[in-house]
Design a protein around this ligand. Sequence first.
Ligand SMILES: O=c1[nH]c(=O)c2ncn([C@@H]3O[C@H](COP(=O)(O)OP(=O)(O)OP(=O)(O)O)[C@@H](O)[C@H]3O)c2[nH]1
Ligand SMILES: [Mg+2]
Length: 265
Amino acid sequence: MYVILEWTRVDLGILLGAQLQLPPLQNRRFVTLRECTVRLIKMAAARLVAGTGSVKLPPVTFVTGNAKKLEEVKVILGNSIPFQSLKLDLPELQGDPEDIAKEKARLAANQVKGPVLVEDTCLCFNALKGLPDLRILHHSYIHVYALLLVILWIHSKWFLQKLGHEGLNNMLMAYEDKSAYAMCIFSFAIGPNSEPITFVGKTAGRIVPARGPNDFGWDPVFQPDGYELTYAEMPKEEKNKISHRSRALALVKSHFAEAGYAFDT
Ligand SMILES: O=c1[nH]c(=O)c2ncn([C@@H]3O[C@H](COP(=O)(O)OP(=O)(O)OP(=O)(O)O)[C@@H](O)[C@H]3O)c2[nH]1
Ligand SMILES: [Mg+2]
């Protein structure tokens, strides 16, 4: 209640808002009791889970074998979370995307023996019933060519490389619905023996004939809703504002702010 009363005083309101990660005041003078309570409970719960206040963590290791992902993560995270990167080729797992991300985090934490962040990304075609984990088409191929199941299961990355952008478009040729969404799941594990948690970001769009530089996966064929440009054609800053990756990382940042982890520097 104290928070609510004092929130109307802008100076203290801003201070408390920063502490509680409340939405900025902007056009409103009040913040609801519910918002404050939810934030306080989430902070307390996150701190309890993290055991912070007493535990100091080494910097988080972002584990990926993908240099383009790393480039984007560096820009999006900036200095918000102390992290270093490690290039490891983690196995290309199959299954439910959140389970994949968690398993990647477990594998990475076992190798790093400390806090790790990993991510798993997929492109989902709505015409193909938004098949869960249409991770660059290997699942959609399964949908269309069930007999290739075993081969595709094994060669998910190889499959993307072989199919190419034209192949992605051709897959939807029989469908009017070209809509799709890009999904990114980050998973954070505090160490080898802790249960990883996940953060999901999605961006809706559609599949178009390839346009723009061809230096990152399916960026040239994915045009986000509300834009005339594909991810590949957009300036990087623009993609980073609306991307599946930045949306997932916004949740990661909130979690770190709420948990209040203390880091060794
Ligand atoms: O056009 C794109 N825009 C993106 O924003 C994006 N993010 C990932 N990808 C590609 O999608 C597959 C995911 O597989 P993936 O999540 O297992 O990644 P990866 O194996 O490359 O790295 P990692 O698993 O070591 O982190 C890989 O082929 C990535 O190149 C993207 N393509
Ligand atoms: Mg991978």
